[in-house]
Write a protein that binds this ligand. Structure first.
Ligand SMILES: Cc1cc2nc3c(=O)[nH]c(=O)nc-3n(C[C@H](O)[C@H](O)[C@H](O)COP(=O)(O)OP(=O)(O)OC[C@H]3O[C@@H](n4cnc5c(N)ncnc54)[C@H](O)[C@@H]3O)c2cc1C
Ligand SMILES: *[C@@H]1O[C@H](CO)[C@@H](O)[C@H](O)[C@H]1NC(C)=O
Ligand SMILES: *[C@@H]1O[C@H](CO)[C@@H](O)[C@H](O)[C@H]1NC(C)=O
Length: 396
Protein backbone atom coordinates (compact mmCIF):
# COMPACT_ATOMS: atom_id res chain seq x y z
CA UNK A 1 0.00 0.00 0.00
CA UNK A 2 1.20 3.53 -0.76
CA UNK A 3 1.78 6.05 2.03
CA UNK A 4 0.08 7.80 3.59
CA UNK A 5 -3.19 5.97 3.77
CA UNK A 6 -6.36 7.90 4.42
CA UNK A 7 -7.83 6.07 7.43
CA UNK A 8 -11.16 6.65 9.19
CA UNK A 9 -11.44 5.64 12.84
CA UNK A 10 -14.96 5.39 14.25
CA UNK A 11 -15.14 6.41 17.91
CA UNK A 12 -12.86 8.31 20.32
CA UNK A 13 -13.06 5.93 23.28
CA UNK A 14 -9.94 4.12 24.46
CA UNK A 15 -9.69 1.98 21.33
CA UNK A 16 -10.12 4.86 18.91
CA UNK A 17 -7.54 6.95 20.79
CA UNK A 18 -4.99 4.13 20.96
CA UNK A 19 -5.43 3.09 17.33
CA UNK A 20 -5.17 6.66 16.12
CA UNK A 21 -1.97 7.21 18.07
CA UNK A 22 -0.41 4.10 16.50
CA UNK A 23 -1.56 5.06 12.99
CA UNK A 24 -0.13 8.58 13.44
CA UNK A 25 3.16 6.99 14.52
CA UNK A 26 3.08 5.10 11.21
CA UNK A 27 2.60 8.45 9.42
CA UNK A 28 -0.89 7.69 8.18
CA UNK A 29 -3.49 10.36 7.60
CA UNK A 30 -6.21 9.73 10.19
CA UNK A 31 -9.69 11.15 10.73
CA UNK A 32 -11.56 10.17 13.89
CA UNK A 33 -15.34 10.44 13.85
CA UNK A 34 -16.84 10.89 17.31
CA UNK A 35 -20.55 11.38 17.75
CA UNK A 36 -20.27 13.11 21.13
CA UNK A 37 -18.34 16.27 22.00
CA UNK A 38 -15.74 14.57 24.23
CA UNK A 39 -13.14 11.82 24.18
CA UNK A 40 -13.39 8.82 26.49
CA UNK A 41 -16.50 6.97 25.28
CA UNK A 42 -17.77 4.80 28.13
CA UNK A 43 -15.88 7.00 30.60
CA UNK A 44 -17.89 10.13 29.75
CA UNK A 45 -20.64 9.98 32.37
CA UNK A 46 -24.03 10.97 30.97
CA UNK A 47 -26.82 11.57 33.48
CA UNK A 48 -29.45 11.03 30.78
CA UNK A 49 -31.11 7.63 30.29
CA UNK A 50 -33.19 6.24 27.43
CA UNK A 51 -36.31 7.04 29.42
CA UNK A 52 -38.89 5.98 26.84
CA UNK A 53 -37.37 2.54 26.43
CA UNK A 54 -35.49 1.44 29.56
CA UNK A 55 -34.79 -2.04 28.18
CA UNK A 56 -33.48 -0.72 24.87
CA UNK A 57 -35.83 -2.79 22.73
CA UNK A 58 -36.66 -0.28 19.98
CA UNK A 59 -33.84 -0.01 17.41
CA UNK A 60 -35.05 3.54 16.56
CA UNK A 61 -34.85 4.93 20.10
CA UNK A 62 -32.51 7.85 20.62
CA UNK A 63 -29.36 6.37 22.11
CA UNK A 64 -27.31 7.44 25.12
CA UNK A 65 -23.81 5.97 24.71
CA UNK A 66 -22.37 5.52 28.19
CA UNK A 67 -23.61 2.95 30.70
CA UNK A 68 -21.77 4.42 33.70
CA UNK A 69 -23.61 4.95 36.96
CA UNK A 70 -22.86 7.91 39.16
CA UNK A 71 -21.09 6.07 41.99
CA UNK A 72 -18.88 3.94 39.73
CA UNK A 73 -15.26 3.52 40.77
CA UNK A 74 -12.85 1.47 38.68
CA UNK A 75 -12.82 -2.22 39.54
CA UNK A 76 -9.16 -2.43 38.58
CA UNK A 77 -6.26 -0.60 40.25
CA UNK A 78 -4.41 2.21 38.46
CA UNK A 79 -1.41 0.08 37.36
CA UNK A 80 -3.77 -2.22 35.41
CA UNK A 81 -5.42 0.79 33.74
CA UNK A 82 -2.15 2.22 32.45
CA UNK A 83 -0.60 2.18 28.99
CA UNK A 84 2.97 1.02 28.44
CA UNK A 85 4.35 4.55 28.04
CA UNK A 86 1.59 6.58 29.69
CA UNK A 87 1.02 5.55 33.27
CA UNK A 88 -2.13 6.15 35.27
CA UNK A 89 -0.16 5.52 38.49
CA UNK A 90 1.64 8.85 38.55
CA UNK A 91 -1.06 11.09 37.06
CA UNK A 92 -3.70 12.60 39.32
CA UNK A 93 -6.60 14.81 38.32
CA UNK A 94 -8.31 15.28 41.67
CA UNK A 95 -9.02 11.72 42.83
CA UNK A 96 -5.71 10.00 43.69
CA UNK A 97 -7.31 6.80 45.02
CA UNK A 98 -5.95 3.48 43.72
CA UNK A 99 -9.47 2.67 42.45
CA UNK A 100 -10.62 6.14 41.40
CA UNK A 101 -14.06 7.37 40.36
CA UNK A 102 -15.01 7.49 36.69
CA UNK A 103 -14.22 11.23 36.20
CA UNK A 104 -10.57 10.50 36.89
CA UNK A 105 -10.39 7.96 34.04
CA UNK A 106 -12.07 10.36 31.62
CA UNK A 107 -9.53 13.06 32.46
CA UNK A 108 -6.67 10.60 32.04
CA UNK A 109 -7.95 9.73 28.55
CA UNK A 110 -8.34 13.40 27.65
CA UNK A 111 -4.72 13.94 28.74
CA UNK A 112 -3.65 10.97 26.60
CA UNK A 113 -5.45 12.36 23.53
CA UNK A 114 -3.72 15.75 23.89
CA UNK A 115 -0.30 14.32 24.70
CA UNK A 116 -0.14 12.24 21.51
CA UNK A 117 -1.76 14.71 19.11
CA UNK A 118 -4.88 12.57 18.73
CA UNK A 119 -7.25 15.42 19.70
CA UNK A 120 -6.23 17.36 16.61
CA UNK A 121 -7.59 14.77 14.18
CA UNK A 122 -10.96 14.17 15.87
CA UNK A 123 -14.17 15.46 14.29
CA UNK A 124 -16.54 15.81 17.23
CA UNK A 125 -20.34 15.74 17.01
CA UNK A 126 -19.99 13.60 13.90
CA UNK A 127 -21.91 10.35 13.90
CA UNK A 128 -21.04 7.76 11.29
CA UNK A 129 -24.29 6.46 9.81
CA UNK A 130 -23.01 4.36 6.89
CA UNK A 131 -19.84 2.55 5.88
CA UNK A 132 -20.08 1.02 2.43
CA UNK A 133 -17.40 -1.10 0.86
CA UNK A 134 -16.57 -0.04 -2.71
CA UNK A 135 -13.80 -1.50 -4.91
CA UNK A 136 -11.48 1.41 -4.36
CA UNK A 137 -12.15 2.00 -0.67
CA UNK A 138 -14.84 2.70 1.87
CA UNK A 139 -17.49 5.36 1.63
CA UNK A 140 -18.03 6.79 5.09
CA UNK A 141 -21.17 8.83 5.58
CA UNK A 142 -21.59 10.87 8.74
CA UNK A 143 -24.06 13.34 10.13
CA UNK A 144 -23.57 16.57 12.03
CA UNK A 145 -26.26 18.86 13.42
CA UNK A 146 -24.99 21.92 11.51
CA UNK A 147 -24.19 20.37 8.14
CA UNK A 148 -26.43 17.30 7.89
CA UNK A 149 -25.09 14.32 5.95
CA UNK A 150 -21.71 14.26 4.24
CA UNK A 151 -19.55 11.50 2.84
CA UNK A 152 -15.94 10.85 1.98
CA UNK A 153 -13.90 7.90 0.65
CA UNK A 154 -11.22 6.30 2.83
CA UNK A 155 -8.57 3.66 2.11
CA UNK A 156 -9.22 1.91 5.40
CA UNK A 157 -11.70 1.98 8.29
CA UNK A 158 -11.12 0.97 11.91
CA UNK A 159 -14.29 0.34 13.93
CA UNK A 160 -13.92 1.40 17.60
CA UNK A 161 -17.55 2.10 18.50
CA UNK A 162 -17.52 0.20 21.81
CA UNK A 163 -19.72 -2.67 22.95
CA UNK A 164 -21.39 -1.54 26.18
CA UNK A 165 -24.35 0.36 24.76
CA UNK A 166 -26.80 -2.07 23.15
CA UNK A 167 -28.54 -4.00 25.97
CA UNK A 168 -28.95 -7.75 26.05
CA UNK A 169 -32.01 -8.58 28.18
CA UNK A 170 -33.26 -11.72 29.88
CA UNK A 171 -36.36 -11.93 27.67
CA UNK A 172 -36.69 -15.73 27.85
CA UNK A 173 -38.08 -15.79 31.40
CA UNK A 174 -41.66 -17.11 31.29
CA UNK A 175 -44.09 -14.23 31.84
CA UNK A 176 -41.54 -11.41 31.60
CA UNK A 177 -42.96 -9.92 28.41
CA UNK A 178 -46.34 -9.44 30.08
CA UNK A 179 -44.91 -8.17 33.38
CA UNK A 180 -46.38 -4.68 33.75
CA UNK A 181 -44.28 -3.29 36.58
CA UNK A 182 -41.00 -1.45 36.07
CA UNK A 183 -38.13 -3.09 34.19
CA UNK A 184 -34.84 -1.61 33.13
CA UNK A 185 -31.40 -2.62 31.90
CA UNK A 186 -28.23 -1.57 33.74
CA UNK A 187 -27.41 0.60 30.70
CA UNK A 188 -30.12 2.93 32.05
CA UNK A 189 -29.14 2.81 35.73
CA UNK A 190 -27.53 5.98 37.13
CA UNK A 191 -28.47 6.58 40.79
CA UNK A 192 -30.25 4.56 43.52
CA UNK A 193 -32.83 7.24 44.52
CA UNK A 194 -35.67 6.08 42.22
CA UNK A 195 -35.59 2.69 44.00
CA UNK A 196 -36.09 4.04 47.52
CA UNK A 197 -38.28 1.67 49.61
CA UNK A 198 -38.80 -0.65 46.65
CA UNK A 199 -38.32 -4.38 46.31
CA UNK A 200 -35.85 -4.78 43.45
CA UNK A 201 -34.79 -7.95 41.64
CA UNK A 202 -31.36 -7.72 39.99
CA UNK A 203 -30.68 -10.33 37.30
CA UNK A 204 -27.04 -11.19 36.63
CA UNK A 205 -23.79 -12.28 38.22
CA UNK A 206 -21.20 -9.97 36.66
CA UNK A 207 -19.50 -6.84 37.98
CA UNK A 208 -22.49 -4.60 37.17
CA UNK A 209 -24.95 -6.83 39.05
CA UNK A 210 -22.70 -7.01 42.11
CA UNK A 211 -21.94 -3.29 42.12
CA UNK A 212 -25.40 -1.92 41.34
CA UNK A 213 -27.17 -4.22 43.82
CA UNK A 214 -24.99 -2.79 46.60
CA UNK A 215 -25.67 0.75 45.39
CA UNK A 216 -29.43 0.14 45.46
CA UNK A 217 -29.39 -1.69 48.80
CA UNK A 218 -28.54 1.63 50.48
CA UNK A 219 -32.08 2.92 49.85
CA UNK A 220 -34.26 -0.02 48.74
CA UNK A 221 -36.45 -2.05 51.06
CA UNK A 222 -35.15 -5.36 49.66
CA UNK A 223 -32.74 -6.39 46.91
CA UNK A 224 -32.91 -9.90 45.45
CA UNK A 225 -30.12 -11.12 43.18
CA UNK A 226 -31.02 -13.78 40.62
CA UNK A 227 -28.26 -15.76 38.94
CA UNK A 228 -28.33 -18.40 36.22
CA UNK A 229 -25.09 -19.81 37.56
CA UNK A 230 -25.47 -22.75 39.93
CA UNK A 231 -22.23 -21.76 41.70
CA UNK A 232 -23.87 -19.04 43.79
CA UNK A 233 -24.68 -19.59 47.46
CA UNK A 234 -28.41 -19.15 48.03
CA UNK A 235 -28.63 -17.08 51.22
CA UNK A 236 -28.75 -13.66 52.70
CA UNK A 237 -25.78 -11.65 51.41
CA UNK A 238 -23.04 -11.13 54.03
CA UNK A 239 -22.95 -7.66 55.49
CA UNK A 240 -26.43 -6.66 54.27
CA UNK A 241 -29.70 -6.72 56.15
CA UNK A 242 -31.82 -6.35 53.02
CA UNK A 243 -30.09 -8.36 50.27
CA UNK A 244 -30.54 -12.00 49.20
CA UNK A 245 -28.90 -14.21 46.58
CA UNK A 246 -31.16 -16.59 44.63
CA UNK A 247 -30.87 -19.01 41.74
CA UNK A 248 -32.40 -17.96 38.44
CA UNK A 249 -35.97 -16.75 38.02
CA UNK A 250 -38.25 -19.52 36.79
CA UNK A 251 -41.37 -17.43 36.22
CA UNK A 252 -42.87 -13.99 36.83
CA UNK A 253 -46.57 -13.10 37.17
CA UNK A 254 -48.35 -9.96 36.16
CA UNK A 255 -49.29 -9.24 39.79
CA UNK A 256 -45.59 -8.68 40.59
CA UNK A 257 -44.75 -12.15 41.86
CA UNK A 258 -41.26 -13.38 40.97
CA UNK A 259 -40.51 -17.08 41.50
CA UNK A 260 -36.93 -18.34 41.86
CA UNK A 261 -35.57 -21.79 41.11
CA UNK A 262 -34.61 -22.23 44.76
CA UNK A 263 -38.31 -22.21 45.66
CA UNK A 264 -38.51 -18.69 47.06
CA UNK A 265 -40.98 -16.22 45.68
CA UNK A 266 -41.40 -12.51 46.35
CA UNK A 267 -43.45 -9.57 45.17
CA UNK A 268 -41.22 -7.08 43.36
CA UNK A 269 -41.58 -3.48 42.18
CA UNK A 270 -38.71 -3.49 39.70
CA UNK A 271 -36.68 -5.98 37.69
CA UNK A 272 -33.21 -4.74 36.75
CA UNK A 273 -31.41 -6.63 33.98
CA UNK A 274 -27.62 -6.62 34.47
CA UNK A 275 -27.29 -9.08 31.63
CA UNK A 276 -24.66 -7.58 29.42
CA UNK A 277 -24.49 -6.06 25.98
CA UNK A 278 -24.50 -6.93 22.29
CA UNK A 279 -22.08 -6.06 19.54
CA UNK A 280 -23.85 -3.62 17.29
CA UNK A 281 -22.65 -1.96 14.09
CA UNK A 282 -25.76 -0.28 12.66
CA UNK A 283 -23.69 1.70 10.13
CA UNK A 284 -21.88 -1.23 8.50
CA UNK A 285 -23.08 -2.22 5.03
CA UNK A 286 -20.76 -5.18 4.66
CA UNK A 287 -23.16 -7.52 6.34
CA UNK A 288 -22.61 -10.39 3.96
CA UNK A 289 -18.88 -10.39 4.73
CA UNK A 290 -19.00 -9.80 8.50
CA UNK A 291 -22.08 -10.38 10.62
CA UNK A 292 -23.01 -10.72 14.27
CA UNK A 293 -24.51 -14.03 15.32
CA UNK A 294 -25.26 -14.65 19.00
CA UNK A 295 -22.59 -12.15 19.98
CA UNK A 296 -19.97 -13.65 17.68
CA UNK A 297 -18.63 -11.18 15.12
CA UNK A 298 -18.02 -13.57 12.28
CA UNK A 299 -15.53 -14.15 10.70
CA UNK A 300 -12.64 -12.25 12.29
CA UNK A 301 -8.98 -13.19 12.15
CA UNK A 302 -7.50 -12.72 15.67
CA UNK A 303 -10.75 -10.94 16.64
CA UNK A 304 -9.71 -7.95 14.48
CA UNK A 305 -9.70 -8.44 10.71
CA UNK A 306 -12.49 -9.88 8.53
CA UNK A 307 -10.41 -12.06 6.15
CA UNK A 308 -12.17 -10.92 2.97
CA UNK A 309 -11.69 -7.22 3.73
CA UNK A 310 -8.36 -7.34 5.60
CA UNK A 311 -6.41 -5.26 6.21
CA UNK A 312 -8.67 -2.42 5.08
CA UNK A 313 -11.41 -3.02 7.64
CA UNK A 314 -10.50 -3.66 11.27
CA UNK A 315 -12.34 -3.94 14.58
CA UNK A 316 -10.34 -2.94 17.63
CA UNK A 317 -11.57 -3.71 21.13
CA UNK A 318 -14.04 -6.58 20.67
CA UNK A 319 -12.16 -8.91 22.98
CA UNK A 320 -13.12 -8.83 26.61
CA UNK A 321 -12.00 -10.08 30.00
CA UNK A 322 -12.36 -8.55 33.42
CA UNK A 323 -8.78 -8.35 34.62
CA UNK A 324 -6.63 -6.70 32.01
CA UNK A 325 -8.31 -4.38 29.54
CA UNK A 326 -6.13 -1.36 28.73
CA UNK A 327 -2.87 -3.30 28.08
CA UNK A 328 -4.64 -5.77 25.78
CA UNK A 329 -6.34 -2.96 23.85
CA UNK A 330 -2.99 -1.23 23.49
CA UNK A 331 -1.34 -4.35 22.03
CA UNK A 332 -4.29 -4.91 19.72
CA UNK A 333 -4.20 -1.33 18.43
CA UNK A 334 -0.43 -1.52 17.79
CA UNK A 335 -0.81 -4.76 15.87
CA UNK A 336 -3.77 -3.44 13.85
CA UNK A 337 -1.89 -0.25 12.92
CA UNK A 338 1.21 -2.19 11.81
CA UNK A 339 -0.92 -4.57 9.72
CA UNK A 340 -2.86 -1.71 8.10
CA UNK A 341 0.44 0.03 7.35
CA UNK A 342 1.83 -3.08 5.66
CA UNK A 343 4.61 -3.66 8.19
CA UNK A 344 3.11 -6.96 9.30
CA UNK A 345 1.73 -9.21 6.59
CA UNK A 346 -1.35 -11.32 7.20
CA UNK A 347 -1.68 -14.91 5.94
CA UNK A 348 -3.75 -15.53 2.82
CA UNK A 349 -7.51 -15.10 3.01
CA UNK A 350 -8.01 -18.89 2.95
CA UNK A 351 -5.49 -19.45 5.70
CA UNK A 352 -7.06 -16.77 7.87
CA UNK A 353 -10.51 -18.30 7.39
CA UNK A 354 -9.13 -21.75 8.22
CA UNK A 355 -7.60 -20.39 11.40
CA UNK A 356 -10.87 -18.73 12.41
CA UNK A 357 -12.68 -22.05 12.00
CA UNK A 358 -9.97 -23.87 13.90
CA UNK A 359 -10.46 -21.35 16.72
CA UNK A 360 -14.24 -21.99 16.74
CA UNK A 361 -13.58 -25.74 16.91
CA UNK A 362 -11.24 -25.22 19.87
CA UNK A 363 -13.88 -23.14 21.68
CA UNK A 364 -16.48 -25.85 21.04
CA UNK A 365 -14.22 -28.58 22.35
CA UNK A 366 -13.63 -26.63 25.53
CA UNK A 367 -17.34 -26.09 26.03
CA UNK A 368 -17.27 -22.34 25.40
CA UNK A 369 -20.65 -20.99 24.28
CA UNK A 370 -20.69 -19.02 21.02
CA UNK A 371 -21.63 -15.83 22.85
CA UNK A 372 -18.22 -15.91 24.59
CA UNK A 373 -16.22 -16.14 21.34
CA UNK A 374 -14.43 -12.87 21.98
CA UNK A 375 -13.74 -13.57 25.64
CA UNK A 376 -10.02 -13.99 26.18
CA UNK A 377 -10.30 -16.08 29.32
CA UNK A 378 -9.19 -19.40 27.90
CA UNK A 379 -6.28 -17.72 26.10
CA UNK A 380 -5.19 -16.01 29.31
CA UNK A 381 -5.37 -19.29 31.19
CA UNK A 382 -3.43 -21.09 28.45
CA UNK A 383 -0.82 -18.31 28.44
CA UNK A 384 -0.33 -18.54 32.20
CA UNK A 385 0.09 -22.30 31.80
CA UNK A 386 2.68 -21.86 29.04
CA UNK A 387 4.61 -19.21 30.98
CA UNK A 388 4.62 -21.41 34.08
CA UNK A 389 5.90 -24.36 32.05
CA UNK A 390 8.56 -22.14 30.58
CA UNK A 391 9.73 -20.96 33.99
CA UNK A 392 9.87 -24.52 35.29
CA UNK A 393 11.73 -25.80 32.25
CA UNK A 394 14.33 -23.09 32.82
CA UNK A 395 14.77 -24.03 36.44
CA UNK A 396 15.20 -27.75 35.86
C1 LIG B 1 -20.12 0.04 33.58
C2 LIG B 1 -18.74 -0.26 33.06
C3 LIG B 1 -17.65 -0.26 33.93
C4 LIG B 1 -16.37 -0.53 33.46
N1 LIG B 1 -15.33 -0.51 34.36
C5 LIG B 1 -14.06 -0.74 33.91
C6 LIG B 1 -12.95 -0.63 34.80
O1 LIG B 1 -13.10 -0.37 35.99
N2 LIG B 1 -11.70 -0.83 34.31
C7 LIG B 1 -11.49 -1.11 32.96
O2 LIG B 1 -10.34 -1.26 32.56
N3 LIG B 1 -12.53 -1.22 32.12
C8 LIG B 1 -13.81 -1.04 32.54
N4 LIG B 1 -14.85 -1.13 31.66
C9 LIG B 1 -14.60 -1.55 30.27
C10 LIG B 1 -14.65 -0.37 29.29
O3 LIG B 1 -15.61 -0.68 28.34
C11 LIG B 1 -13.34 -0.18 28.64
O4 LIG B 1 -12.46 0.31 29.66
C12 LIG B 1 -13.30 0.86 27.50
O5 LIG B 1 -13.98 2.04 27.90
C13 LIG B 1 -13.82 0.41 26.14
O6 LIG B 1 -13.42 1.40 25.19
P1 LIG B 1 -13.87 1.41 23.66
O7 LIG B 1 -13.02 2.41 22.99
O8 LIG B 1 -13.87 0.03 23.13
O9 LIG B 1 -15.41 1.84 23.64
P2 LIG B 1 -16.19 3.11 24.21
O10 LIG B 1 -15.52 3.63 25.41
O11 LIG B 1 -17.61 2.70 24.30
O12 LIG B 1 -16.05 4.22 23.05
C14 LIG B 1 -16.73 4.15 21.83
C15 LIG B 1 -16.84 5.57 21.25
O13 LIG B 1 -17.41 5.48 19.94
C16 LIG B 1 -18.35 6.52 19.76
N5 LIG B 1 -19.29 6.08 18.73
C17 LIG B 1 -20.12 5.00 18.76
N6 LIG B 1 -20.82 4.90 17.61
C18 LIG B 1 -20.41 5.92 16.82
C19 LIG B 1 -20.77 6.34 15.50
N7 LIG B 1 -21.67 5.68 14.77
N8 LIG B 1 -20.16 7.45 15.00
C20 LIG B 1 -19.23 8.13 15.73
N9 LIG B 1 -18.87 7.78 16.99
C21 LIG B 1 -19.44 6.68 17.52
C22 LIG B 1 -18.97 6.71 21.13
O14 LIG B 1 -19.56 7.98 21.27
C23 LIG B 1 -17.74 6.50 22.04
O15 LIG B 1 -17.08 7.72 22.28
C24 LIG B 1 -16.16 -0.85 32.09
C25 LIG B 1 -17.25 -0.85 31.22
C26 LIG B 1 -18.53 -0.54 31.68
C27 LIG B 1 -19.68 -0.54 30.71
C1 LIG C 1 -37.28 2.22 12.48
O1 LIG C 1 -37.18 3.22 11.48
C2 LIG C 1 -37.10 2.70 10.17
C3 LIG C 1 -36.84 3.87 9.21
O2 LIG C 1 -37.52 5.03 9.60
C4 LIG C 1 -38.41 1.96 9.84
O3 LIG C 1 -38.34 1.42 8.53
C5 LIG C 1 -38.58 0.82 10.85
O4 LIG C 1 -39.81 0.17 10.65
C6 LIG C 1 -38.52 1.36 12.28
N1 LIG C 1 -38.51 0.24 13.20
C7 LIG C 1 -39.27 0.17 14.30
C8 LIG C 1 -39.16 -1.05 15.12
O5 LIG C 1 -40.02 1.09 14.64
C1 LIG D 1 -49.98 -13.69 41.80
O1 LIG D 1 -50.44 -14.62 40.84
C2 LIG D 1 -49.96 -15.94 41.04
C3 LIG D 1 -50.44 -16.79 39.88
O2 LIG D 1 -51.80 -16.56 39.59
C4 LIG D 1 -50.42 -16.47 42.39
O3 LIG D 1 -49.89 -17.77 42.60
C5 LIG D 1 -49.92 -15.53 43.49
O4 LIG D 1 -50.41 -15.92 44.74
C6 LIG D 1 -50.37 -14.10 43.21
N1 LIG D 1 -49.69 -13.23 44.19
C7 LIG D 1 -50.31 -12.20 44.77
C8 LIG D 1 -49.48 -11.40 45.72
O5 LIG D 1 -51.46 -11.92 44.55
Amino acid sequence: MTHPLNVAVIGAGICGLLTTRELLREKQQVTVFEKSDKVGGTWVYDPRVEAEDLLGLDPNRSIVHSSLYSSLRTNLPRPLMSFSDFSFEDKFYGDPRMFPGHEEVQKFLEHFAKEFGVSEVIRFNSEVVRVDFKNDGFVVEWSTIEAGLKDEVFDAVVVCNGHHTEPRVADDIPGIKEWSRKQLHSHNYRVPEPFRDQVVVVIGNGPSARDISKDIAKVAREVHLASRSSDVKVSKVDGYENMWQHLKITRVFDNGTVVFQDGDSIEADTILHCTGYKYHFPFLRTNDLVHVDNNRVDPLYKHVFPPQLAPRLAFVGLTFNQRLIFPILELQSKWAALVISGKILLPSEDNMLAEVHEHYRELDENGFPKSLTHSLWHKVIISIFVVTLHIFSNIY
